[in-house]
Design a protein around this ligand. Structure first.
Ligand code: RUQ
Ligand code: CUA
Length: 623
């Protein structure tokens, strides 16, 4: 059978079992070469022997787990799960004071597109940003510690799916939304959808000094769904693009009603111009946010017609083109930034929608590309030669093609239904080539069955020659999008350095103490192999005794300044656990609601005497 026969009805019906084989895993892999020499067998290419490390980090968004998954490439081994928008039992994220404050009342999240911070259009390995479609938030992770430093609640908006994509020097990341809502999410009848609802784009800045995310301004766009975005590069660096669907403004049964019009739009905007408008006071205050209304404050935003219901839009590494893919139209459309700039200059417009000028399609379109029988193009990545790799959701394959000619160069089936794919350094001005990972939405028959629902999957494709799938890895629940960065760009620390200014930290064993102030109890404690010291001078230093109803704060410092010696702190039956990494001080605050005797123990296996690392939390009853 021809490998890329499209499946016309039912996405997956008719697929034979996966044919990947790892038959030669037993061969003696030469351990001195890099994992990528081309005369190796497939198994050798992905085999990273003990003591060697992967060439790339892959950061995969964990979708509705609210987490970020860190994998090594080419081994495709999962190294770490970092909680971002959801509570995490293992680390105590969402239970300790810092993360509790960041999370607010939310306990889950839907983490979509991750984005590395950039310098001159290249990943700089310092920070990772991500957005939460579920509860409209943005987060920043510090890559020195792989921990989240700030979470921003984005007001006036609902579901920033279309994010985050950062500009060349991390000046902004843009958060356009999937759902239109009335500003401030006030109640409005759906009969007034077209006049009262808005899709809002937020321009978010990152204050590196204070590791804080801020909203610079927002734009009240028409009530359409904004799907994917990308920032310009090089000559287009002041611009950004985003796809939009449901320009029909349907309010029910979107499956049918949002697929009526032949054309939807790409929104093309100049963030430098918008920035200037805000500086000149051309905005309105909406709930404390600077809101630009495109129908009133003119300029900087344009519409480019595109085949109906587009999904991904990707800027080529040279910054000259943006490529839109259509879920419903089987084509990729290449648009030229240069032509768009010219059309804007010449006011080469075909009317307007909601006060926003529509650029003439013919004036900006470079070419429409329709690989034979390829169905459901979603997203495009690039290699070091500027070649494009587009995921085909419906025909379950990756198509390699040349954006300059539109010629199809290669195709490879994947198992199954890829959403995004990610190339090595794929969103930068200089992708590395060599590796592409297909982020598949359906694993079906790929792994041992675990019941009716399966994990999703990532498949590693060697793109150095003819494309070939050579490794596969399950992901729970999904790899929504991912970015892949050269491993040596990330400089993670081994221990938290001492911070003598931190009033909560205790760095000397005999300074551990319990301070009582009315019904407030502050414990300045220490965790070290293999004991807790809460009160150095007490008869039993590893016991915390309080009265029922006391407000207790545990400030706990890990005194083991030693790589990978992490301790945990849990109170039995109190629903509390947090970790302290080497050298770290962590805080937990709670009310001693239940009187009684509760063992304290270290939850992270830390030494031969880990089991002995315990204590007691005694709560005296009220009378
Ligand atoms: S969008 S699967 Cu949720 Cu990233 Cu295209
Ligand atoms: Cu400390 Cu186990």
């Amino acid at each position: 059978m021809k490998k890329w026969v499209p499946i016309a009805s039912g996405l997956l019906a008719g697929f034979a079992a996966a044919t990947i084989s790892f038959a030669d895993f037993s061969s003696n892999a030469k351990t001195t070469e890099t994992a990528s020499s081309s005369n190796k067998s497939d198994a050798e290419k992905v085999y990273v022997p003990f003591g060697k490390k992967d060439d790339y980090y892959l950061f995969a968004s964990g979708g509705h787990s609210g987490q970020m998954f860190i994998y090594g490439v080419p081994s495709m081994r999962q190294i770490r799960t970092v909680p971002v928008f959801s509570q995490d039992s293992a680390t105590g994220y969402g239970f300790d004071e810092h993360s509790k404050k960041m999370m607010g009342d939310y306990t889950w999240g839907d983490l979509h597109h991750p984005a590395f911070s950039e310098t001159n259009g290249d990943y700089d390995g310092k920070y990772m940003f991500a957005t939460d479609v579920g509860n409209s938030r943005a987060a920043v992770m510090d890559l020195k510690t792989f921990t989240v430093k700030d979470i921003l609640n984005v007001p006036n908006t609902s579901g920033p799916h279309c994010a985050a994509f950062v500009t060349e020097n991390t000046e902004y990341m843009f958060l356009p939304t999937r759902f239109a809502v009335p500003l401030g999410q006030a109640y409005e009848s759906l009969d007034d959808y077209s006049t009262k609802y808005r899709g809002v784009m937020s321009a978010v800045t990152f204050d590196e000094k204070n590791t804080k995310l801020n909203i610079a301004y927002q734009v009240a766009l028409p009530p359409w769904s904004y799907d994917l975005s990308d920032a310009g590069k090089k000559s287009s660096k002041d611009w950004a693009v985003m796809t939009t669907y449901n320009t029909e403004e349907a309010t029910t049964n979107l499956e049918i009603n949002a697929s009526q019009a032949d054309r939807d739009f790409i929104v093309l905007f100049n963030w430098k111009e918008l920035e200037k408008m805000v500086k000149d006071g051309q905005y309105e205050d909406v709930g404390g946010q600077k809101m630009i209304y495109p129908e009133k404050q003119k300029g900087g935003i344009y519409l480019v017609p595109v085949a109906k219901s587009p999904h991904g839009v990707d800027v080529t590494p040279d910054g000259k083109y943006f490529i839109a893919s259509g879920k419903l139209a089987p084509s990729m459309t290449v648009f030229s930034f240069e032509k768009a700039f010219k059309a804007i200059e010449n006011k080469d417009f075909a009317g307007e929608r909601n006060g926003i000028p529509i650029i003439n399609y013919k004036s900006v379109m470079e070419r429409e590309v329709n690989p034979e029988n390829a169905l459901g193009p979603l997203h495009t990545q690039f290699d070091d030669k500027g070649m494009a790799y587009t995921t085909m959701f419906i025909s379950s394959e990756i198509v390699k093609w040349d954006p300059k000619t539109g010629k199809t160069l290669d195709r490879v089936p994947v198992q199954y239904s890829p959403g995004h794919s990610v190339a090595a350094e794929g969103d930068t001005v200089s992708p590395d080539g060599h590796w592409l990972v297909a982020l598949n939405k359906i694993a079906k028959d790929s792994y041992l069955s675990v019941g009716p629902s399966h994990p999703e999957s990532m498949q590693l494709i060697d793109i150095s020659g003819k494309m070939k799938v050579i490794q596969s890895s399950p992901v729970n629940p999904e790899p929504h999008y991912a970015q892949m960065i050269k491993a040596d760009k990330i400089k993670a620390i081994n221990v938290y350095p001492k911070d003598e200014n931190n009033k909560e930290a205790v760095y000397k064993k005999d300074e551990a103490k319990i301070v009582r102030n009315g019904n407030k109890v502050d414990v300045y404690g220490i965790a070290m192999r293999s004991k807790f010291i809460f009160d150095a001078k007490a008869k039993r230093p590893d016991v915390i005794e309080v009265n029922e109803g006391d407000e207790v704060t545990i400030h706990l410092t890990n005194l083991d300044f030693d790589e990978d010696i992490t301790h945990g702190f849990a109170i039995n039956s109190y629903n509390l656990n947090m970790e302290v990494q080497p050298g770290q001080t962590n805080t937990m605050k709670f009310t001693a609601k239940k009187a009684g005797t509760y063992p304290i123990y270290c939850t992270n296996f830390c030494s031969a005497l880990h089991q002995e690392m315990t204590g007691y939390f005694l709560v005296k009853p009220k009378q």
